[in-house]
Design a protein around this ligand. Structure first.
Ligand SMILES: *Cc1c(COP(=O)(O)O)cnc(C)c1O
Length: 234
């Protein structure tokens, strides 16, 4: 994929998003497109940044570090979207601008400590919720979310932007819709029950389900395959 092809795909995807957003009484400009560059070589990250994208998403700390050493920050925001082990929190703080996959209070506490050590005044995070109720998926359970987010609000170096979720891998529209609406309700509940919390971001929707996610209130879709083609695996 070169810069021109990426630009064209972004435009086409934006059209699809705009139509989906209108179906839910919103505007396409309410939805941010995060290109997911995991598994692609650094040249693709360069093309994505030249195509005018403001951010990229990676799911592994080590892979992000390798790419950073190769091409630098490229003037884009780096989002961590994969499962993060506590022992990599410090490296994640250095490599990434935003951590979307905070799935426990223990991890948040560690990020707070590492932010202090790294002298980073503010680390924007999202809290991952297991809205699909799958056994193996990481993320906090909806029932424990309000308490967990409440605890995270006490970590002064972290700014909770909102929630992130991954739907089950399925083509069943009902399952996808239910997952995304659960995440939306979780965010609404946090806003209602936690004074001082004003997170608005709902990061949900991938290549196979982003239209449904946008209809259900997504404000950020994380797109790999549909935007950049199949991953060659670097
Ligand atoms: C890989 C990945 C994506 C993008 O997946 P595609 O299906 O290629 O769009 C989005 N979110 C997360 C958390 C991922 O790991």
């Amino acid at each position: 994929m070169n810069e021109k092809q990426i630009r064209d795909r972004v435009l086409a995807i934006r059209e699809t998003i705009a139509r989906a957003a209108e179906r839910s009484g919103r505007s396409g400009s309410d939805v941010f497109v995060l290109p997911i560059t995991k598994g692609h070589p650094p040249s693709v990250l360069e093309a994505v940044s030249r195509a005018g994208c403001e951010a990229i998403g990676e799911n592994r700390v080590g892979e992000a570090e390798t790419k950073l050493a190769d091409v630098g920050r490229l003037g884009v925001r780096w989002h961590m979207i994969g499962h993060l082990q506590r022992n990599k929190a410090g490296r994640a703080i250095r490599a990434f601008d935003v951590i979307e996959s905070v799935d426990s209070v223990r991890l948040a506490r560690r990020l707070q400590l590492e932010a202090e050590k790294a002298d980073r005044a503010e680390v924007p995070i999202m809290v991952q919720v297991n809205a699909g109720g799958e056994q193996q998926k990481s993320g906090l359970e909806p029932a424990e979310l309000v308490d967990a987010v409440g605890s995270m609000l006490d970590f002064g170096r972290l700014r909770v932007l909102g929630l992130m979720t991954m739907a089950p891998f399925t083509v069943e529209e009902g399952v996808l819709r239910r997952t995304f609406s659960t995440a939306r309700e979780c965010l609404a509940r946090c806003r209602a029950e936690l004074p001082g919390f004003d997170g608005r971001t709902l990061s949900m929707g991938m290549s196979n389900d982003f239209e449904i996610a946008v209809e259900e209130g997504s404000t950020e879709v994380r797109l790999g395959t549909v935007l950049l083609g199949e991953r060659p695996e670097v």
